[in-house]
Write a protein that binds this ligand. Structure first.
Ligand SMILES: *Cc1c(COP(=O)(O)O)cnc(C)c1O
Length: 389
C-alpha cells in the first residue's frame, strides 16, 4: 500500500461520476514563510514531500484552512467564486492563531498558478462538476516550546468534485442539537476556520450519524437559546411567501460564534437582488423554530451549497446527572474523574416541511456560478473577470 495515492491521469476521470473525495492531481502549491518572508513558492509534484507537509505536527494547533470552488463556465473560461472573501477570512484565522497569513495578492497569485498547472483536472462545463480548492496555513519547524512556530507553510490543494445533487437539490435531512457538546465557546474561535474547531466535532457527529442525523446543529454556547449554525455549514430559514407579492424572507443568525459563510452571504445577496426577497440577519431563538415559524430550513456552505433540513431534534435534559464523587480503580483514585450517574434526556422536535423556496434560490446560484444567469457579470463574483483559459 503506498502511503500516498499515485497521481490520477485526468484522461481517466469519469467526469459525470466524480465523488466528493480526495483525488491526487498533478501538483499542489507550497509557499514557506521563514525569517520574515514568504518564498517564491513551488508547485509540488513529489508524493513524499506531500506526505511531509501533511505530517507537519509540532504546531500545537496552528492550522487554518479554506474551501472554495472554480468552475468551467458556459463561455469555456475557468473562474473562481469570490476568492477575495476566502483570502480575507484566512487572514483573520491566521491572526486568531498567531500565524503569518499570505496577503490577498499572494493568495490570488497562488490560486492562479495551481489552477493553471492543474487545468485539465477542472471538470467540463457539461458535467456541472467543479474544482474544489483547499488552501491552508500551518505552523512548521522542530520547536518544542509552546509559542508560535518559527516557519509557516501556505499551501493550496486542488481536487475535482462532482455536482453533489446532479442538477436538483437533495432529499431533506434531520439535524440534532446535542445537550452535551458545543462546537464553539463564548469568546472562543467559532468565527474563524481553524483545524482545531473540527477535530472535536468528529466524534459526536459520527455518533449522531449512526442515529440517523446527517448534521449537528448548535445553539449559542452562552445561553443555549439562539440558533448558531451546523458543524460545517450555516443555518438559513425561509418564511412562507407573502400572500400579496409572493416575496419570502430569508432569515439567518447573527452571532459572534458563527463562521461567516461565503455561501450564506452570497445567497442573501442573490435573494435580495435577483429574487426581490427580504433578508433578516438576527438572533433566531430555538422557540421560534420549534413553533414552526419557518416554512423551510437549510444548511448552507460551499461543498453542497444548500441542504434542506426537514426536522431538528433537540436533546433536553429532564433529570441531570448526579455526581457521585471520585471513582476508584484497584483502590487507586482516578485524578479528577468523577463517577457520574444516569441522566434522562428527552427530544424536542422542530419541523419545516415546505419546499420550493430554497430550490428556486439554489437554481439561480448554480446558474450564476456556471455563467448561465442573465447578468452574472454584474455581480463581480467570478474571478478573474477574463477567466483562466
Ligand atoms: C466552512 C464553514 C461554513 C461554510 O462557509 P462557506 O464559506 O460558505 O463554505 C460554515 N460553517 C462552518 C463552521 C464552516 O467551517
Amino acid at each position: 500500500m503506498p502511503l500516498y495515492p499515485p497521481v490520477t491521469d485526468p484522461k481517466t476521470i469519469d467526469w459525470d461520476n466524480i465523488p466528493f473525495d480526495y483525488v491526487r492531481t498533478r501538483s499542489f502549491i507550497k509557499y514557506t514563510w521563514r525569517e520574515g518572508l514568504w518564498n517564491e513558492g513551488e508547485l509540488v509534484t513529489d508524493g513524499t514531500l506531500t506526505m511531509d507537509v501533511a505530517a507537519t505536527a509540532l504546531h500545537y494547533g496552528q492550522s487554518a484552512f479554506e474551501g472554495l470552488k472554480a468552475f468551467r463556465m458556459k463561455d469555456g473560461k475557468i473562474r473562481v467564486f469570490r476568492p477575495e472573501l476566502n483570502a480575507h477570512r484566512l487572514i483573520k484565522s491566521c491572526a486568531a492563531t498567531s500565524m503569518i497569513p499570505p496577503t490577498v495578492d499572494l493568495f490570488l497569485l497562488a490560486l492562479k498558478r495551481v489552477i493553471e498547472d492543474n487545468i485539465d483536472y477542472v471538470p467540463p462545463y457539461e458535467s456541472s462538476g467543479s474544482l474544489y480548492i483547499r488552501p491552508f496555513v500551518v505552523g512548521s519547524g522542530g520547536q518544542l516550546g509552546l509559542s508560535p512556530a518559527p516557519e509557516f507553510y501556505f499551501c493550496i490543494f486542488v481536487n475535482p468534485v462532482g455536482d453533489y445533487y446532479k442538477g436538483g437539490m437533495g432529499n431533506p435531512v434531520k439535524a440534532l442539537i446535542s445537550h452535551s457538546f458545543d462546537r464553539a465557546a463564548p469568546h472562543g474561535t467559532g468565527a474563524v476556520k481553524l483545524g482545531g474547531n473540527y477535530a472535536p466535532a468528529f466524534l459526536p457527529s459520527n455518533a449522531a450519524k449512526t442515529r440517523g442525523y446527517a448534521v449537528m446543529l448548535f445553539l449559542d454556547p452562552r445561553t443555549q437559546t439562539y440558533i448558531d449554525e451546523f458543524a460545517t455549514s450555516n443555518f438559513a430559514a425561509l418564511t412562507a411567501p407573502n400572500p400579496s407579492d409572493k416575496t419570502r424572507t430569508y432569515v439567518t443568525p447573527k452571532s459572534p460564534s458563527v463562521l461567516p459563510s461565503v455561501t450564506n452571504r452570497s445567497l442573501t445577496e442573490l435573494a435580495r437582488k435577483h429574487l426581490g426577497w427580504h433578508v433578516e440577519r438576527r438572533q433566531i431563538s430555538w422557540e421560534e423554530v420549534k413553533q414552526g415559524k419557518f416554512e423551510e430550513m437549510a444548511a448552507v456552505g460551499t461543498a453542497v451549497v444548500i441542504t434542506p433540513v426537514e426536522e431538528v431534534h433537540r436533546e433536553v435534559v429532564r433529570a441531570p446527572r448526579e455526581v457521585k464523587g471520585l471513582s476508584t480503580r484497584d483502590g487507586v483514585e482516578d485524578v479528577w474523574r468523577d463517577e457520574e450517574g444516569d441522566e434522562e434526556v428527552e427530544i424536542d422536535v422542530a419541523r419545516a416541511s415546505g419546499k420550493g423556496g430554497f430550490l428556486e434560490l439554489y437554481r439561480a446560484y448554480k446558474a450564476l456560478q456556471r455563467g448561465e444567469l442573465e447578468g452574472w457579470e454584474r455581480y463581480g463574483w467570478m474571478w478573474p473577470r477574463d477567466g483562466i483559459a
